[in-house]
Design a protein around this ligand. Structure first.
Ligand code: DX5
Ligand code: ZN
Length: 225
């Protein structure tokens, strides 16, 4: 799948965790191909979500592509556990603390046969990703401050950066996906698409409504064409 394919990625953070297997099935039945899993450590972000065991649990429930977003410090220390748990893409934040380095961690993820990504906090400039753009499959431009679902889309702070990333990628013959994450709804997804996104993480807007088939259809229509 290349960076011209548009996908809606439900974010598990917004699911009903009292019935994870049913929620994962609901997303898959609603047509999701990728599922976004938000790992939070309570240190890199001001919230705690889940760890490798949740990835392992979800792995048992589905053959959807598992897109793991590590909002944690020392992602290199935990990478092997997420690889073993069944992640298929692992995205790490350039702003996190590392025992080794971003480059070493990206190499380790790819050496295990997974895809790898770099994530940028809304306040982090695109230039911070430049040292890594040759070695990633995905650049995640956060469109909210990482840590919580249900926040408003940060258009002014993030769309110029997204467009700059798209222009740089295309000017240098690179092929990484551009993923946006946070505050993505039918009215904001087209703005992100216009600025270069092709992967759209949707928590509240996909899992929130009772009819997920309809919400996923509406979100897909909002970014079609
Ligand atoms: C926030 C997470 C997002 C979040 C999506 O730190 O990275 O994936 O779950 O949130 P909403 O509900 O805005 O789609
Ligand atoms: Zn996320």
């Amino acid at each position: 799948m290349n960076h011209t394919t548009n996908l809606i990625l439900p974010s598990l953070l917004a699911a009903d965790w009292s019935k994870i297997d049913a929620e994962v099935k609901r997303a898959s039945d609603a047509g999701a191909k990728w599922l976004h899993l938000d790992v939070m450590d309570g240190a890199f972000v001001d919230n705690i979500s889940f760890g490798p065991q949740m990835v392992e649990t979800v792995r048992k429930c589905t053959d959807m592509f598992l897109d793991v977003h590590l909002m944690i410090h020392r992602p290199d220390h935990y990478t092997d556990r997420f690889i073993k748990a069944g992640a298929q893409n692992i995205t790490i934040h350039v702003e996190a603390n590392y025992d080794t380095s971003v480059t070493e961690t990206l190499k380790r993820i790819r050496a295990a046969g997974l895809q790898c990504g770099i994530a940028l906090h809304p306040s982090t400039p695109f230039e911070a990703a430049l040292p890594f753009v040759q070695d990633i499959d995905l650049l995640l431009v956060m469109t909210v401050v990482p840590g919580f679902g249900g926040q408003p889309f940060m258009e002014q702070e993030t769309m110029p950066k997204l467009a700059a990333a798209r222009d740089y990628r295309d000017a240098h013959g690179l092929k990484f996906h551009l993923e946006v994450d946070g505050g993505i709804y039918t009215h904001t997804a087209p703005i992100a698409k216009q600025n270069g996104a092709n992967l759209f993480v949707c928590g509240t807007s996909s899992f929130g409504p009772p009819d997920m088939q309809q919400s996923m259809r509406e979100l897909a229509a909002a970014v079609a064409g």
